[in-house]
Design a binder for this molecule. Structure first.
Ligand SMILES: [Zn+2]
Ligand SMILES: [Zn+2]
Length: 253
């Protein structure tokens, strides 16, 4: 299994995951044009896609989903709440997914996991291939729950949210209401919460850790790498930080 971020941050998120010449996307928060360019940049044909899994209805995750799936004639996998918000209930490509019910798409099995976030029915995903390689993709959650810690155990790759530094958020440009939303239990993970999560999920089989959804206004990339490299006991440049406007390159599990 290999994976590649096609961009991550408050202006758009998408992750491409491939195994045995088939691939899925987690989210498509970019226009169809941009996402097709980035898939091509990653060296993959869009025809390899067997479906798009949508975490929730926020624009930075769902913006380009429908246009892309209609073009390629592939399923949109989303919870009932997400589908209702996106007006997909009557859409012929929508497939309803539920927390903890594994869905097969091409060469990959995808397990949806419930997370606390201020959306209708948000899910995040653990992806596994036939060889038992596991990738955990986890962003847009305000707090850690026992259920999440349990579901993401034993992953060989982790793509985690490190959204903000609490001090920078408090002193940053956001109005108080938005600040409280981001820092709240249904907002986004701070660097420290991401670090705590990584500490709990760290095991011998873990090969790649990437940090994403990094705020451009309320975080500094150096703080993210510092926090995570300390936990991993590696140098700061061994932690991969995802970028908003560039693909990450493939990571192999
Ligand atoms: Zn988001
Ligand atoms: Zn969100």
């Amino acid at each position: 299994m290999k994976y590649c971020s096609l961009g991550s941050g408050s202006r758009g998120n998408s992750t491409l995951i491939a195994s045995h010449n088939q691939a899925i996307l987690i989210d498509c928060g970019f226009s169809r044009k941009v996402i097709l360019q980035r898939i091509e940049q990653a060296g993959l044909s869009a025809d390899a896609l067997t479906g798009v899994f949508v975490t929730h209805e926020h624009g930075d995750h769902a913006k380009g989903v429908q246009a892309l799936c209609e073009l390629l004639d592939i399923p949109i996998y989303a919870s009932f709440g997400t589908a209702r918000k996106m007006a997909w209930i009557e859409h012929p490509l929508w497939r309803c997914i539920r927390s903890d019910e594994v869905v097969n798409s091409g060469a990959l099995n995808v397990m949806p996991v419930v997370v606390p976030h201020d959306a209708e029915e948000p899910l995040q995903f653990v992806i596994e291939n036939a060889e038992g390689k596991r990738l955990g993709v986890l962003s847009d959650l305000g707090t850690l729950t026992p259920h999440i810690l349990n579901a993401y155990r034993g992953c060989h790759g982790l793509q985690l949210e490190a959204n903000h530094d609490p001090e920078m958020l408090m002193n940053g440009p956001y109005p108080p209401g938005l600040r409280a939303r981001v820092a709240g239990n249904f907002g986004h993970l701070s660097n420290q919460q991401c670090g705590e999560l990584l500490q709990r999920l760290h095991w011998d089989g873990l090969r790649h850790v990437t940090a994403g959804h990094i705020s451009e206004k309320n975080n500094a990339r150096a703080l993210v790498s510092q926090t995570l490299s300390l936990i991993l006991g590696c140098s700061t440049d061994e932690v991969t930080l995802l970028e908003q406007d560039a693909i990450s390159g493939w990571l192999q599990l």
